[in-house]
Design a protein around this ligand. Structure first.
Ligand code: BG6
Length: 473
């Protein structure tokens, strides 16, 4: 059951993902997909929209022969969640489906809505008796979950009044990406990295979630959200948690999420004053001319943060993290910079090019890993140069890895919450971000940056203060 079914997310991600799951026969035949939103269309109109969306966005090409069997399971009910009449009608239609198609009263409720509507919609579902069925119920909520710590706590209480924690699936689609899941496999399936994965061997870590596109036509959403809430509070901090957490006791939802909560709670909370030297924000040139954007907007389209983790493994290791729109590339990358050798033997030789070892984890695109190390350049002298050792996903496994939303929708249907964020995790993340929001609300403006650059000058200052620099700038 998709709320917000005629919206962008449903068309670009959810419905193509459901089609891919259907083609791979990963969902039961009697699954029904029901969409609702305020658009006044009928089943046929909705199916036509979905077909178009699949043609445009699906990973697996639409096959004319497998479309009709999915199309007949897709329904649309126009309705407004604030209107009891349309919600009662929805309840009756869903319960008729249970009788006629054996859907057993099982429901996945997907909120593909603007974040301000999550709480109300969850309440509406409960108030209209739609949870009173004999089957299971799972609520999938998009991000951002709340706008700050206070509103996230309130939203948690609102939703928690009707759904228990094991029924709530908070989406961070980064966790559904193959390469993000591989971070844990890489760390915990290999014996050689763990001994050096700490402050003794690692000098600093950089995480970049860069996008080359601007906000496109999402002005209304972006003006309320900005880069910190849109990507910083969730995708960036999730990547940080996976790279830094302790080994979980086992590969299950609670063990993994316990470790993520522990590490997020060890991230130092900056005071509002600290933010002056640890946080940089920017806005791309031309942002204020975008559709639905206030011409004097001070919403950030870029944020960079220096973070510290106060525990034995990571004390004093700076983590520089950044995200932004309209940057030089679409690229999500984690760079682990190792320490320099303690004593260099090659003083008489050309070691200009010898950089400290570096592990680059490419989440997207060109998914893979690169490890750099110093090598002797062939010849009579001892010349040392840095070279790369590469692992490339596509070469190794071929293309065609599942989309994040395919994995997450399937997991939600199966009740597996491993790749979803737990309430306490979200609140820890807001605790990290809240002082930054307070700092910004005290005045000032984001620094301007040119489209196609790596962000405002202030972002380069963060590592520079510590004698470091971004791997790409
Ligand atoms: C979403 C943000 O969560 O992530 C978008 O709302 C952003 O603004 C997107 O573009 C980036 O995701 P991906 O998978 O393209 O890196």
């Amino acid at each position: 059951m998709i709320f917000g079914a005629s919206g962008d997310l449903a068309k670009r991600k959810l419905l193509p993902a459901l089609y891919n799951l259907h083609v791979q026969k990963l969902i039961p035949d009697n699954t029904k997909i029901v969409g609702t939103s305020r658009s006044e269309i009928d089943d046929e109109g909705f199916r036509a929209q979905i077909k178009e969306a699949i043609l445009e966005h699906s990973r697996i090409e639409l096959e004319e022969k497998s479309w009709p069997s999915l199309a007949e399971d897709i329904h649309y009910i126009p309705g407004d969640v604030t209107d009891e009449g349309s919600m009662q009608k929805l309840r009756t239609i869903l319960s008729d489906m249970d009788d006629q198609h054996g859907t057993g009263g099982n429901r996945v409720w997907y909120m593909a809505l603007l974040p301000q509507f999550f709480g109300n919609t969850a309440e509406t579902i409960a108030r209209n008796g739609m949870l009173d069925t004999s089957g299971w119920h799972r609520l999938v909520i998009e991000k951002p979950f709340g706008f700050d710590l206070a509103s996230a706590t309130e939203l948690s209480a609102t939703i928690g009044a009707h759904f228990s924690e094991d029924q709530i699936f908070r989406i961070d689609h980064y966790l559904g990406k193959e390469t993000v899941q591989n971070l844990l496999v890489f760390r915990f399936a290999n014996a050689i990295f763990e001994p050096i994965w700490n402050r003794r061997h690692i000098d600093n870590v950089q995480i970049t979630v860069a996008e080359d596109l601007g906000i496109e036509n999402r002005g209304a959403f972006y003006e309320r959200v900005g880069a910190l809430r849109d990507v910083g509070q969730n995708h960036l901090l999730q990547l940080l948690a996976l790279i830094t957490m302790e080994p979980p006791v086992s590969w299950d939802a609670e063990s993994i999420r316990n470790e993520k909560v522990k590490i997020l709670s060890s991230v130092r909370r900056w005071s509002v004053r600290d933010c002056e030297t640890t946080i940089a924000r920017g806005q791309y040139e031309g942002y204020r001319d975008e559709k639905d954007v206030d011409p004097s907007s001070s919403v950030e389209t870029f944020v960079a943060m220096k973070l510290l983790i106060d525990n034995w493994r990571w004390a004093d290791v700076p983590f520089y993290v950044r995200t932004g729109k309209a940057l030089a590339a679409k690229e999500t990358e984690i760079v682990i910079n190792f320490k320099r050798v303690p004593h260099l033997l090659f003083s008489k030789t050309d070691v200009e090019e010898l950089e400290p070892n570096r592990l680059i984890i490419r989440i997207q695109p060109n998914e893979g890993f690169t490890l750099t190390f110093g090598t002797k350049v062939p010849g009579p002298q001892v010349n040392v140069r840095t070279v790369d050792m590469d692992f490339d996903y596509e070469n190794e496994f071929g293309s065609g890895t599942p989309e994040a939303y395919e994995r997450l929708l399937l997991d939600a249907m199966n009740g597996d919450a491993t790749l979803f964020t737990r309430a306490d995790e979200i609140l820890e993340a807001w605790e990290i971000v809240d002082p930054i929001l307070s700092f910004w609300s005290g005045g000032g403006r984001p620094g301007r940056y040119e489209k196609g650059s790596w962000g405002p000058d202030a972002a380069n200052e963060l590592p520079r203060q510590d004698g470091n620099r971004w791997a790409k700038r």
